[in-house]
Every structure is written in C-alpha cells, then in structure tokens.
Design a protein around this ligand. Structure first.
Ligand SMILES: Cc1ncc(COP(=O)(O)O)c(C=O)c1O
Length: 424
C-alpha cells in the first residue's frame, strides 16, 4: 500500500522511549498523585512557561496585529522577525552586531538540520559528530537528504566522565576513512547530552581545519543561553561559554554555519522556530528555495518578534532561567554524588550525563536497556532511553532536569537514589 520508504518508516518510531513516555504521561506525578510517574527523558524546559505565557498573552491581546500576518511572507522568514532575531542574537548570544540578511527561519531546529543537509550534502555523504551526540541528528539528516551519521567515539572507559573534545588527529583519521564523503562536521554547544562547551581555541582550530579541507562546520548553539550561574557552590567559575558566532564573523568563510532554535532557552518547543545563520549567500539562496514546507506561521513570527524587541524583559527572563537551571542541575548532581555515580561536569544545557555502568548485570547495551526499564517500572522515573546517542560504553544515561517542576525533580531524585542505594 505504501512506498518502500513509507513502509519502512511505518516501522521506525522517532525515539525508542516514546512508548514508555506516553505511559508516564498518562499517570503523571502531581501534589495529589504523589505515586505518579516522572519523565526526565525529553529535552524540554518548562520552568518559566507560566511567566512567558502571561507575557505573550498580553502582547497578543493588547497590540495591533499587522496585516502581514495574514499573507505569505519571504521564504527565509518574515523581514520584521529576522530584524528582531538579529538584534536578539547579536545582543544576547554573539555580543556583536549581526546582519538580519544572514538568517533563515524554519520550523524548529529539526527543520533547520533537514534543510541544511539538503543543501550541503548528497545521498551517501557523511555528517561527522563527536559522540555521544543528540540521537535525532541521524533521522533529520537522513529522512530526506539521505546523509549518514558518522560518530567519532570516545571511550568513556578511557576518559571517564571528563569531556574530551575532538582533536585534529581524530578529524584527520575520519577524513582518511571517509574521503570526500566527509561533507560536514557538526558540533553542539553546550552539548547534548554532556552539557560540555568548547574553548575558543578548540573552535578556532576545528574551523581552520574544516575551511582548509573544504568541509562544512556547523555549530548548533540551541542551548546557548541554557547555562548555569558561575562560581556558585559546585559550579566552577572558569571556562565561560564563547559563542561560535564572533569566530564565524571574523573568518567570514562559506564553510562556517550556525544553528539555533527557541525550543530550549525559551522553553517553547511547541512554537517550532529555528534559525540558520550563515555568510554563504549561495547556501541561503538554496536554503530558502527548499524552505517552503518548513516555514513558521507569521502569527508566531510576529508574536516572537514583539517579545524579542523587549530586550530588558528577555535579559531578566534569561537571568531567572540560569538561576532555575543551576538549582535543578544541583538537585541532580547532589543525588548522584550521594550514590557515587560519576557524571560529566556540565557548563550548560538541560542534561546530566551520568555513569550507571557499575549497576549493570553485564557491560552491554541489553543490560543497560533492562536497567532503564526496571528503573521506570519500579520507581516511575523515566530517563532517556540508552542507545542512539552513539556512546560506545553501556550504562551512561541522560537525565533531563528542566521538564518537570522542582518538587517533581526532587521526588524523582529521591526515588532514583533509593533505587540505586538498594543495589550497592
Ligand atoms: C542538539 C539538538 N538539536 C536539535 C533539536 C531539535 O530542536 P527543535 O525542537 O527546535 O526542532 C534538539 C532537541 O532536543 C537538540 O537537542
């Protein structure tokens, strides 16, 4: 009945934890349902939604809707929205002025990844990642553009919980292996799932290497503002985050690109708004000609533009975001410290990447899958399913700390701590 690819897709859910996630959502933890399930598996930030909802509701109710919201707009995104985006990203992320003409807007980072892949690579080409990396890169690159994912794997048994950035030697080895099929290098910072960031020197040396080899480098900064307060208890003061954008501007190379989305830093994954920034004019032209099915509704672009134009409100919102993320991160890490579970020290993102390998019955992915399932069945706490992130060692799990209330997170960590304490 379906095409070959349709029939194949009918058998492939986007994520292996959707089934248990739906089960968890059917009986969620709440003050009047204290035995309910607590999902810590989906990368969402719901911590400030009530504040943001009030602000957006007042904008929509009190301001005149412009006529352009009812009509088609430019394929790269509505001009008013791109102006607001350029000012917002320039002030809050890049720390310098950016041109609105260099942005393209699509329906979430998912669409930005897919359209960028259509433009930059061909069937059977590879996008290279330092692994572990966000699991949905693989379908987003492959569904339409047919690119494949190539993970450069770091063995946690060699590096422990420390974050190990890619070296030029590892990139050279991947290039020897893939040849001219190595089309793209994709970095995420702060990283999903480790929460790590790159230094300016590391970004610079990879950007130089890529431009010399004529390989595209994309840095996905979807978690750019999801950072912690510096220097507070347990969070080091050093290694402040540097956006890739100033370097991209300075090098002015057609091989350097940047991705963003409002899903995480603003906690509005349902609004579906993502961004590409590139100085490559031909790429932007191709991008917008593929972008028609991925455009963001004009009413959403208008509403967000009005919000972004209120720079002081955004600065306040992001300050509170940092505070709430720092508290949530520490709720998780203090519980992990109490049961001697190691984790990669994060500098941002919505995740803790933690090593539960000591609790596996055997050191393999099947045992990790059983442990993950057992944790959910016995405690109602659902972590991100193991596998799909490209990690070579079994037993590392991703914990999302921003998708439930602080009370629910405290309850989840108490349950998790009790579950693992019984196993030591
Ligand atoms: C690294 C990364 N890229 C892209 C996405 C997709 O984001 P969006 O909701 O904007 O499509 C996510 C979501 O988890 C992510 O973590």
């Amino acid at each position: 009945m379906l095409s070959k690819r349709g029939a194949q897709k009918a058998q492939e859910p986007l994520r292996p934890d959707f089934e248990l996630f739906e089960k968890a959502q059917a009986n969620p933890y709440a003050p009047d349902n204290t035995d309910g399930a607590i999902p810590l598996c989906i990368a969402e930030n719901l911590l400030q939604w009530p504040t943001l909802r009030d602000k957006l509701q007042s904008i929509a109710a009190e301001r005149d809707w412009p006529d352009w919201v009812a009509a088609y707009t430019e394929l790269a995104g509505a001009p008013d929205f791109r102006e607001a985006v350029a000012a917002f990203v320039g002030r809050h992320i890049a720390g310098q002025q950016l041109s609105a003409d260099h942005f393209c807007v699509s329906a979430g980072a998912t669409a930005v990844v897919e359209v960028s892949a259509m433009v930059l690579g061909g069937p059977e080409d590879y996008a290279v990642f330092p692994a572990p990396a966000y699991q949905a890169y693989a379908p987003d690159l492959h569904n339409k553009a047919r690119l494949r994912r190539y993970d450069i794997r770091h063995y946690e048994q060699d590096f422990g919980p420390a974050f190990h950035p890619l070296s030029i030697k590892e990139l050279e080895a991947a290039l020897d292996h893939l040849g001219d099929k190595f089309r793209l290098l994709i970095l995420t910072q702060p990283d999903n799932p480790t929460g790590a960031i790159y230094s300016d020197d590391q970004l610079r040396s990879m950007a130089k290497w890529c431009t010399e080899k004529e390989i595209h480098l994309v840095v996905n900064e979807i978690y750019a503002l999801s950072q912690f307060e510096r220097g507070v208890d347990g969070i080091p003061n050093e290694s402040a985050y540097t956006s890739f954008l100033p370097l991209l501007e300075e090098m002015n190379s057609p091989y350097l690109h940047w991705w963003y989305s409002f899903s995480k830093d603003f906690g509005i994954s349902g609004f579906r708004v993502g961004l590409l920034y590139t100085r490559n004019e031909e790429m932007r032209r191709a991008y917008k000609n593929f972008n028609a099915p991925h455009q963001v509704s004009n009413i959403t672009q208008w509403l967000l533009a009005e919000l972004l134009n209120d720079g002081e409100w955004i600065a306040d919102f992001q300050r509170r975001n940092k505070r709430l993320l720092t508290d949530a991160y520490r709720t998780v890490t203090e519980s992990l410290d109490a049961i001697d579970v190691a984790y990669t020290p994060a500098r941002g993102s919505l995740f803790v990447w933690a090593d539960f390998s000591g609790f596996l019955s055997e050191p393999n992915m099947d045992a990790a899958q059983s442990l993950w399932q057992q944790l959910f069945e016995e405690t109602g706490v659902l972590l991100t399913a193991p596998g799909g992130l490209g990690q070579p060692d079994a037993g590392w799990f991703r914990i999302v700390y921003s998708g439930v209330s602080p009370e629910a997170l405290r309850e989840a960590m108490d349950r998790l701590q009790a579950f693992f304490s019984d196993r030591t």
